[in-house]
Design a protein around this ligand. Structure first.
Ligand SMILES: Cc1cc2nc3c(=O)[nH]c(=O)nc-3n(C[C@H](O)[C@H](O)[C@H](O)COP(=O)(O)OP(=O)(O)OC[C@H]3O[C@@H](n4cnc5c(N)ncnc54)[C@H](O)[C@@H]3O)c2cc1C
Length: 447
């Protein structure tokens, strides 16, 4: 990308995938080959963790039946409108589109899904019908995508559901962490309202962090769903952490999404090689900085999706491979540079990846005004340890993958808390499994 093109990004937090007009949607939907049928599910549907019937909804859009298309999406994914914006379709449905094998661009499934679901909310179409109460009560801890999807699906089946979340607004990481150029907040408020209309009570600003609070919930509810996600950024201590200009990724993004964009100066460095690092780098670019990503391994080993890396590169982010930041240096309490340790790859470690090893005596200082650490999130082990009999593995809640049930039979779980951090649509998919598990548990079915 030219320096001019890069400059045009400054201040531009508009949608990476803008909405389609009606005409564009009809033309795009008409390209779909309608794969799949009674003998084989279409590859795009197979690739969707929420099992959305893509060929059917796309055909409904093409036929001008947008409301039916939206209901087809909602049937499988009550958060279909948010997923249309944030889904990593380049790795999921659109990657599986047969158009790719014809050397054609894949059908723009996400934008068609957005077209249909936005239309539904604009025209007062509810994702689910209200059901008669069945007398059972379920509590949900966490109003992120896992918690909201679980609550909505249960309420649509007649369960009385109360959701608790410590934050002031619902949506979890969609609201507070997902890049604003994917989704600022809308259509979360519509989704929340629709779920509340089904009878779900969402109690915000309520942190469940004591045994007493859990006992209270257990007394009220016959089953509890844990959609608590992960916690704060991984705490990697570096000398100079307290300098002004040193950020952790989640507070940085939250400030940006709350309309208080951090002052980041001319040169920013981002530490990490995951999807969060790619997002933060592209956000810093839009705040006007020249951005360098510092990653201690090489491109081949970075955990970020390749398309995320490519897009960051294309927008002008610079990558310093095999570079470990070892100290932040400043003047008068303000960050001035980062001391970097060049690395080389040694023998494979436990993860099978070659271990980075320092090249002694090769340290250098990189002048920076801002550092953003994007190394990952910590599991919520302290909270989870309050729940009797709940087993964890590497900080992740152990579940039966067929039912979402944890090792404490009353508790079910899905989302980042069980998978260590994945995607919104996988949180929705996991919540659906847990809903079926909770139903079977409460209705006494043997599975
Ligand atoms: C920077 C970043 C960017 C991302 N970008 C994308 C993307 O573009 N596309 C995508 O699909 N995925 C993305 N993800 C991943 C995605 O956001 C998560 O996989 C998804 O939000 C997980 O949903 P969840 O409901 O399990 O957890 P969360 O979204 O974390 O929600 C958990 C909720 O539980 C609440 N909670 C936790 N503990 C308690 C407690 N003790 N009491 C009360 N409330 C509690 C929290 O306040 C929170 O609201 C991104 C993640 C990050 C960090």
């Amino acid at each position: 990308m030219s320096a001019f093109a890069q400059e045009t990004l400054v201040g531009d937090f508009s949608d990476l995938k803008p909405p389609l007009s009606e005409e564009e949607a009809l033309i795009e939907a008409d390209r779909c080959l309608r794969c799949g049928g009674v003998y084989a599910t279409a590859p795009c549907t197979v690739a969707c963790p929420a099992d959305v019937d893509v060929p059917t909804f796309v055909a409904q859009v093409a036929a001008g039946d947008t409301g039916a298309a939206a209901l087809k999406i909602f049937e499988q994914n009550i958060l279909g409108a948010s997923c249309a914006r944030v889904c990593q379709v380049e790795e999921l449905c659109e990657a599986s589109c047969v158009m790719n094998s014809q050397d054609e661009t894949p059908i723009e499934i996400a934008r068609l899904q957005r077209f249909a679901t936005d239309w539904a909310y604009a025209n007062g179409i509810a994702p689910r019908k209200n059901a008669a109460a069945n007398g059972h009560k379920v509590a949900v801890i966490g109003a992120g995508p896992a918690g909201l999807a679980c609550a909505g699906e249960l309420a649509a089946r007649g369960y009385a559901v109360t959701v608790y979340d410590e934050r002031a607004e619902a949506g979890g990481l969609i609201r507070y962490a997902i890049a604003p150029f994917r989704q600022q907040s809308e259509p979360l408020p519509d989704e929340q309202k629709a779920i509340e209309k089904l009878g779900v009570e969402i109690k915000l600003g309520v942190k469940i962090d004591t045994k007493e609070a859990l006992a209270e919930i257990e007394k009220e509810a016959e089953a509890v769903f844990l959609g608590v996600g992960l916690g704060e950024d991984v705490d990697v201590k570096t000398p100079g952490d307290d300098l002004e200009g040193v950020w952790e990724s989640l507070p940085f993004i939250e400030a940006l999404k709350d309309g208080n964009p951090p002052e980041i100066g001319r040169r920013a460095a981002v530490i990490g090689g995951g999807n969060t690092a790619m997002d933060v780098a592209r956000e810093a670019l839009r705040l006007g900085a020249e951005v360098t990503v510092l990653y201690r391994r090489t491109q081949a080993q970075m955990p970020a999706f390749y398309h995320e890396y490519e897009q960051a590169l294309d927008e002008g982010v610079v990558f310093n491979w095999l570079t470990l930041p070892v100290a932040f240096k400043g003047e008068n309490g303000r960050l001035k540079s980062v001391e970097c340790q060049p690395m080389k790859l040694g023998e494979p470690d436990d993860s099978g990846r070659r271990r980075p090893e320092p090249i002694e005596g090769a340290d250098f200082d990189l002048p920076v005004d801002t550092i953003i650490k994007a190394i990952g999130q910590r599991p919520r082990e302290e909270f989870l340890s309050l729940i009797d009999g709940l087993e964890l593995e590497w900080g992740q809640i152990k579940i039966n993958p067929e039912t979402g049930q944890t090792t404490n039979p009353k508790y079910f779980a899905a989302g980042d808390a069980i998978n260590g951090g994945a995607t919104v649509v996988s949180a929705v998919g996991g919540a659906k499994v847990a809903v079926a598990g909770i139903e079977a548990f409460l209705q006494g079915e043997k599975r």
